[in-house]
Design a protein around this ligand. Sequence first.
Ligand SMILES: [Zn+2]
Length: 166
Amino acid sequence: MQTTERTSGSSRCDQCGADIAELLCSYCGTPGRLVEGPGAQLRAVRELQHYMRVGSTQSQIRLLTLGYVPAAPQVLVEAAMACLPLIRDAEVDDVSAAAVRRLETLVLRLRLVPAGPEVVRALALLEARLGSYHRADRNLGILAAVVVVVGLILVMLGVVAWLHSR
Ligand SMILES: [Zn+2]
């Protein structure tokens, strides 16, 4: 474990060339070194969450899209749970869409790793959340179609009324 302050150990990101101070690139969320073991993976996931909290909307979207994806089941669960507060059903929003895509990636990985009962429970919850998001998305589409059709009918009725009033 490194406890002293590192002064010369900074490296550059393979993806974007930015300086990497800790485990991950603060610009795109790519690991600067091999992240091994659940402990290091958890630190990397929390570092990513930190960069998302302090960054702009654009930075949040970039980190959600390109950011580090862990391998250990319990760390995958933590990373997936962190996506949930960013997902909004009621509006079309790029952060929300990027959070859904990241959650889908994490859930896909979770399905492939052998996991204990609490991870299985968490996976069921996450899949249910994705399901309700996609249903809300579809309902919003149906609602938009209904509004357009009703609008057209009102316009036609208006035209008919106007023609009769002449
Ligand atoms: Zn980078």
